[in-house]
Design a protein around this ligand. Structure first.
Ligand SMILES: [Zn+2]
Length: 520
C-alpha cells in the first residue's frame, strides 16, 4: 500500500549540512591550560569550543582570553565565585546551602557584567558550578533552574549520562558528559555513535587540557575526536553550545509553526469553553441528549459538566462530573477539514481519570466525531463497558458498506478488525494521558488510522470504506457517558508523523505553545 506523505513529516529537526548529530566541547572554570594548551590546539584545527568561565580566574591570562573571543570561541558564565555544596570543604564559606534566589540572581548578573568588562561579550550560555542546581537547605531549598531559564539561552549540568534530545531537552538543564581522563575509542566514540543513531546533541564537559592528571581532558583524546568529526563522511556537526542551542530553538520554532498552520481547532478551556483557535464555529454547545443533539444551547447547559480551574494538563480543564444524558460538542464544519476524497488529519486530547474507579457502567467515548453514530462514518476513542476497562480507537466508515447486514458488534469480525485496543494504559487519578489518532487517505480506498498514547504508537488500522458525512450534522462530541477530565482538544488537517506526535506530547506549554509561536 502506498500512502501520501504529509508535507509536515519532512520537517524533522535537521542538523546543518545533512549531519545526523551535534557535538559541543565545553570547558569549565577558566583554567590556565584552557588558553595555554586548548585554544592553540583548537585554532590549529579550526574547532570552536565553549569556555564557561569564572571571571577572576581569567586575570592572569586576560590577553589570551581576549584572543580566544577573537578566534570565535564562546564564553559562557560559570558563576562569580563558583559556589557548590558545603560538603566540598573548599566551598564551605560559599555553600549553595547558604544562598537564596536573590543572592544567586545577583551573582549571575555580576559575573555577566565582569565578563562583559573583561572580554566585551555577553554570555548566553551557563554551566552550573559543580553541576548543582539548588540554593538553600531542607524545606527552604529552591531550584535555580528557572532563574537560569530566565537569564540564559541554556544551562549545562555536569557528570550527566545522556546526550540531549533536540525536541525534548530543557535548554536550562542540558546534560553535560564528562570528557576528563577519557579515551576516545573506548569511551567517547560510543557516545557519539549513540547520538548519531538518535539524532541527538552531545555536550562534552571538561576542565584542564593536557597530557593527563586530575580533571584533565587529554590532548590525545581531543586530537582523535577532531580527526573523527572532521573525517570526510562524518555525520557530526561540531559547534559551541550557544550556536547549537540557537539552531535547536530555530528548528523547534519552525516545527511549531508547521504544526500551527495545520491546526484547525484548539480548545484549552483556559478562557472558558470557547475554542482558542477554530477554523469553524469556536462555540461549544450542549445538546439535550445524543438523540436530541440538535436541540442545543451555546456553552455548558448542564450541571454535570464544568470547567475546573487549575486542574488541567495546562491551566484549566473540562470536567465531566457524572455520566450525563446531555452531550457537549463543537460543530465539525471548518473545525475538522472533512474531504470527500482523500481525507487526512489528526485528533489530539489529554485525559485524566482512573477508569475503574471513576467511570460508570457502560461504554464511554471521551471523543467521538461523526454525523450519525459511533459505527457510521465515525472516529473515536472509548473505554469498554466493564472493569477492567480496555481503551480503544475506532475508525469506522459508512455502516452500509462495512456492515451491510448491521450485525451486532460482538459477533462481527468486521467490527473488531476496525477496532484497535491500546497496548499501554497509563491512566490514573492525578495523571494526564495524551491520546492521538492520526488518519490518512480516508475516502481513497487506502485509508489508514494510527493510535498513539503518550507519544508511543499503539498500532494502525486500514479503512477502505468511504466516510460519507452530512457536514452540517457532524459534531465533535466530548465526554460521551464519560466521567473524568478532558483538556487540550486539538484537531489538525494533516496526519502528523510519529515524530510530530511526540513533539505534540512534549509541547512545553501545550497547544498554546503553537498558537503563541504563530502570533509572533
Ligand atoms: Zn566548575
Amino acid at each position: 500500500m502506498v500512502f501520501l506523505s504529509s508535507h509536515l513529516s519532512a520537517q524533522q529537526i535537521e542538523w546543518p549540512d545533512g549531519k545526523k548529530a551535534a557535538l559541543s566541547l565545553s570547558f569549565d572554570d577558566a583554567r590556565l591550560s584552557n588558553v595555554d594548551v586548548g585554544t592553540p590546539l583548537f585554532n590549529q584545527h579550526d574547532v570552536k569550543a565553549t569556555f564557561y568561565v569564572v571571571p577572576a580566574s581569567m586575570q592572569s591570562r586576560l590577553a589570551a582570553w581576549q584572543q580566544a573571543v577573537k578566534d570565535g570561541h564562546e564564553i559562557g558564565n560559570h558563576t562569580l565565585v563558583h559556589p557548590c555544596s558545603g560538603n566540598f570543604e573548599w566551598s564551605r564559606d560559599k555553600a549553595l546551602e547558604t544562598y537564596n534566589l536573590t543572592a544567586m540572581r545577583r551573582e549571575l548578573l555580576t559575573a555577566n557584567e565582569e565578563i562583559k568588562a573583561m572580554l566585551g561579550v555577553e554570555p548566553v550560555s551557563f554551566a552550573y558550578s559543580c553541576g548543582q542546581t539548588f540554593v538553600g537547605k531542607g524545606r527552604e531549598t529552591r531550584s535555580y533552574v528557572p532563574l537560569v531559564a530566565e537569564l540564559f539561552q541554556s544551562g549545562r549540568g555536569w557528570l550527566d549520562e545522556a546526550s540531549n534530545d533536540p525536541i525534548f531537552a530543557d535548554m536550562a538543564q542540558l546534560q553535560g558528559i564528562e570528557m576528563d581522563g577519557k579515551d576516545f575509542e573506548k569511551e567517547i566514540k560510543p557516545i557519539l555513535e549513540g547520538a548519531i543513531k538518535a539524532g541527538n546533541w552531545v555536550v562534552l564537559a571538561g576542565h584542564e587540557i593536557g597530557e593527563g592528571g586530575f580533571q584533565t581532558t587529554k590532548v590525545s583524546m581531543l586530537e582523535e575526536l577532531i580527526a573523527y568529526v572532521q573525517a570526510e563522511n562524518s555525520e557530526i556537526w561540531m559547534a559551541p553550545v550557544g550556536t547549537v542551542a540557537a539552531h535547536v530553538e530555530q528548528q523547534r520554532t519552525k516545527q511549531y509553526q508547521g504544526l500551527e498552520e495545520s491546526l484547525s481547532l484548539a480548545a484549552t478551556f483556559d478562557q472558558g469553553t470557547k475554542a482558542d483557535k477554530a477554523k469553524g464555529d469556536a462555540q461549544l454547545y450542549t445538546g439535550v441528549s445524543y438523540d436530541e443533539r440538535n436541540q442545543a444551547k451555546p456553552g455548558i447547559a448542564t450541571t454535570d459538566v464544568a470547567i475546573v480551574e487549575g486542574e488541567g494538563r495546562f491551566g484549566d480543564a473540562l470536567a465531566f462530573k457524572k455520566k450525563s444524558k446531555a452531550v457537549v460538542y463543537y460543530p465539525s464544519k471548518g473545525n475538522i477539514n472533512y474531504q470527500a476524497n482523500n481525507w487526512s488529519g489528526t485528533i489530539s486530547l489529554w485525559l485524566s481519570l482512573d477508569p475503574e474507579q471513576d467511570l460508570e457502567p457502560g461504554y464511554t467515548d471521551p471523543i467521538q466525531i461523526t454525523d450519525v453514530g459511533y459505527n457510521d462514518a465515525a472516529l473515536w476513542v472509548d473505554f469498554s463497558d466493564k472493569n477492567p476497562r480496555s481503551f480503544r480507537m475506532g475508525v469506522y466508515g459508512d455502516l452500509a458498506i462495512w456492515n451491510p447486514k448491521n450485525i451486532a458488534p460482538d459477533e462481527n469480525p468486521a467490527f473488531t478488525e476496525r477496532l484497535l485496543t491500546a497496548k499501554e494504559r497509563p491512566f490514573g487519578t492525578g495523571v494526564w494521558t495524551h491520546i492521538v489518532i492520526t488518519f490518512e487517505g480516508l475516502n481513497s480506498k487506502e485509508g489508514e488510522a494510527s493510535f498513539y498514547i503518550n507519544g508511543k504508537p499503539q498500532g494502525k488500522r486500514s479503512i477502505s470504506e468511504a466516510f460519507t458525512w452530512d457536514l452540517e450534522q457532524s459534531k465533535i462530541f466530548l465526554g460521551l457517558n464519560f466521567v473524568g477530565l478532558v483538556d487540550e482538544v486539538s484537531i489538525f488537517d494533516q496526519p502528523l508523523s510519529e515524530r510530530e506526535v511526540k513533539l505534540l506530547y512534549q509541547l512545553p506549554a501545550g497547544v498554546k505553545t503553537l498558537i503563541d509561536t504563530a502570533g509572533h
